[in-house]
Design a binder for this molecule. Sequence first.
Ligand code: OSB
Ligand code: MG
Length: 375
Amino acid sequence: MTIEKIVLREIRMRLRAPFETSFGVTQDRRILLLEVVVDGISGWGEVTTIESPSYNSETTDTAWHVISEFIVPRLIGRSLTRAAEAAPVLAAIRGHQMAKAGVENALWDAEAQLKGVPLATLLGGTLKEIACGVSLGIRETPEALVRKVAEELRCGYQRIKLKIKPGKDVSFVAAVRKEFPHIRLSVDANSAYELKDVEHLKKLDAFGLLMIEQPLQWDDIHSHAKLQAQMQTAICLDECINNAAHAVAAIESGACRIINIKLGRVGGHSSAREVHDVCQERSLPVWCGGMLESGVGRAHNIAMSTLPNFTLPGDVSASRRYWNEDIIEPEVEVSSAGTIKAPAGPGLGHAIRRDLIERLMVRKKNWNAQALARA
Ligand code: OSB
Ligand code: MG
C-alpha cells in the first residue's frame, strides 16, 4: 500500500437543529475530511473534532495544523503492508488523537477496498446489524424534552440518552421517566459536575438509568472511582478514555462499569480495537459514541460497532436526524426496530458524494508523493 496522495478538505455543514450540551450550543459544523489515495484507490476519513477545545483539547484548526505539519510528512510516499502500521508511525506525535484518527481511518477504508471486503470484516467485526440509540441535546423545559423523546421512540430507537447539566438534570430526567417507565434511558453530563456534588448526583439513582456518562472532569479517572463507589447507577466514561491503558486504569480502579468508544477520541481503528479488547477481556460492555459526524465518520462508526463487545446501543443514528443532505450515498438509515445493517460493499460500503463535498468545501490542501519526490 503506497500512499500516493493525501487531500485535506474543510467542509461546512449545518445541523438541522442546534445541539446543546453542558459545554455549549452547536449548529454550524466545521468538518475536516481526509482522502488518502493508496495504489490508485481513495480511502476516506473524518476528523471528529468540534470547533472549540471544550469536549477535549482538539479543535478543527489544531487538527488542520497537526495533519499538515506533522502527520502528512510522516506518511506521504510511504509504503505500508496494512493500515494498522500507520499508528506506530504516528506514535511519536503526542495527543491529537482525532487528527491521527482521520488519517488512519482513511487508510483502513483504502485497505478494505483494495482487498474487496467491507471495512467491518477487515476490522474483525461479527455483528450483521448494530443497535442504535439517540443523544438528545438539552431543552428549554421538561415538557419539550418529553415530546422529543416520544418522537425518537416512534422512530424505533432502542435507547434514549439525555444531555444534562446543573439546573437541567433531575426534573428533566424525572419527567421523561414518568412518561416512559420502561425505556432504556441514560444521561450524559460532559464533565459538568464535581465530586462534591455527590449527594445531588445520587438523586439520579432513583430513575433506573442504564448509565450516567462522564459526570466529572474530562481527565480525572480517580474521582470517578470515588463517585462510582457511592452511586448505584453505572458510570460510563467517555472523555477520560483516550487509549487502552486508560481503559485498564479506569476498570481496575472501579471508575466505571461501561465505556463509550469514540474512534476519534482514541486515535483511530487500531486503538479503538485495543480498547474494545481490554474491555471484553474484563467483561465490561462498550458502545459507540458519536460526535455529530457527517456520513463518512458515521460509516466508520458503523463498521467499528460490528465488533462483538459492542453490546449496548450506540449514539449512531440516521443521517436525516442531523443533515438535510448527507455526503454519502445511500444515506445511513435506521430500521423500525432501531438497527442499522452493516453494508455489504467493500470499504465503507457507501459512495462518497464528491459533487456535494465540493459545494460545501471552504478550503483544501493537497500532497502528492511524486511531486514531492521531484522537488
Ligand atoms: O459526549 O457524546 C458526547 C456530541 C458532541 C460532543 C460530545 C458528545 C456528543 C453527543 C452527540 O452526544 C452524539 C451524536 O453524534 O449524536
Ligand atoms: Mg459523552
